[in-house]
Design a protein around this ligand. Structure first.
Ligand code: DQA
Length: 147
C-alpha cells in the first residue's frame, strides 16, 4: 500500500511563503523528493494538499483502507482541529505529524498540537527534510506492522 502524504492550508504557497521560515522548496519539489525517497524504500506516495479542513478529514478516512501510513502536515489546523484529531484516532493506521518549522520554538499559539495528541509521532524543524524523514519513518513503521 502507498504512503499518503497530506498537506493542509497555505502549503500550496511554499517556495514564496515566508521563505525564511519555510524554505524555498515548493510543494512540487517536496512531492518529487518524497516520491524518490519512497521508491528507494519500495513504496509509492499519494501526495495531496487542501486548504479545506473537511477535505483533509475525507482523505484521512480514505487512508484507513488504502494507505500503509500517513504523513500529515496539517498546517495551522494542527493547532485547532478536533476533527483531524478525531479522524486520526478513528482510522487506526500510523499517522506521523510533520512540520517544516519547529512549532515548539515559535509563537505560543503553535505550542498546542491537537494532531500530535492523536498521532503516532512527530517530525518537525528540518525544513523539506522533515518530509523525507517522515516518509522514511512511515515506511519503516508500515513494514513492522505489515500494512
Ligand atoms: C507548519 C507549522 C504550522 O504552525 C503553520 O501553521 C503552517 C506550517 C510547518 O510545516 O512548519 O502552516 O505546519
Amino acid at each position: 500500500k502507498p504512503i499518503y502524504v497530506l498537506n493542509g492550508p497555505n502549503l500550496n504557497l511554499l517556495g514564496t511563503r515566508e521563505p525564511e521560515i519555510y524554505g524555498r522548496a515548493t510543494l512540487a519539489d517536496i512531492e518529487k523528493a518524497c516520491a524518490e525517497r519512497a521508491a528507494q524504500l519500495g513504496r509509492t506516495v499519494v501526495f495531496r494538499q487542501s486548504n479545506i479542513e473537511g477535505e483533509l478529514v475525507d482523505w484521512l478516512q480514505e487512508a484507513r483502507d488504502k494507505a500503509a501510513a500517513v504523513v500529515l502536515n496539517a498546517g495551522a489546523y494542527t493547532h485547532t482541529s478536533v476533527a483531524l484529531h478525531d479522524a486520526i484516532k478513528a482510522i487506526g493506521i500510523p499517522v506521523i505529524e510533520t512540520h517544516l518549522s519547529n512549532p515548539a520554538a515559535r509563537e505560543e499559539f503553535r505550542h498546542v498540537s491537537l494532531v500530535g495528541q492523536a498521532a503516532k509521532g512527530v517530525i518537525a524543524g528540518f525544513g523539506a527534510t522533515s518530509y523525507l524523514l517522515a516518509v522514511e519513518a512511515a515506511a519503516l513503521i508500515a513494514q513492522e506492522s505489515q500494512t
